[in-house]
Design a protein around this ligand. Sequence first.
Ligand code: CMP
Length: 156
Amino acid sequence: MGTKEKTLVLLKPDALQRNLLGKIVERFEQKGLKISGLKMMQLSDVLLDEHYSHHKDKPFFTGLKSFMKESPVVAMVLEGLEAVSVVRGMCGPTQSRTAPPGTIRGDFSMSRQANIIHASDSVENAEKEVWRFFNQDEIFDYQKIDFEQIYVEDER
Ligand code: CMP
């Protein structure tokens, strides 16, 4: 048993520049997560100030904002049972150098700032972040044909 959740993922400018978008999207597809939204965005100061407001007094805030504007990002909404914690686990911890092998950061990055991916850290924040980056008509509610193979009956 689990709760169906949506979570926000950003594939950061380093993922795009290093040609890793396909490999990362593939991992989420292979895991069995449903893609409910997917788009490319050039992030603005207004959006970044809101998204990283909890980091605004940190020494890395200005550098982080510049990094996130270096190129477009790919924003995704992923859906599944307990999707928030599942996706966080797949990303690994912030510091990529010590992120475990098998995680996205552990396999693809050596940096703390240029750490490839952002994923919502709680169900409460996921709800806010999905609507921060997506409009209602950009999130798709559709039937995925492998649903009944991915979850057994008493999980659905
Ligand atoms: P994320 O967890 O997506 O959101 C906050 C981001 O700030 C984090 O990924 C990193 O990209 C960046 N970050 C966190 N801590 C540091 C740090 N100490 N130095 C530089 N960047 C950081």
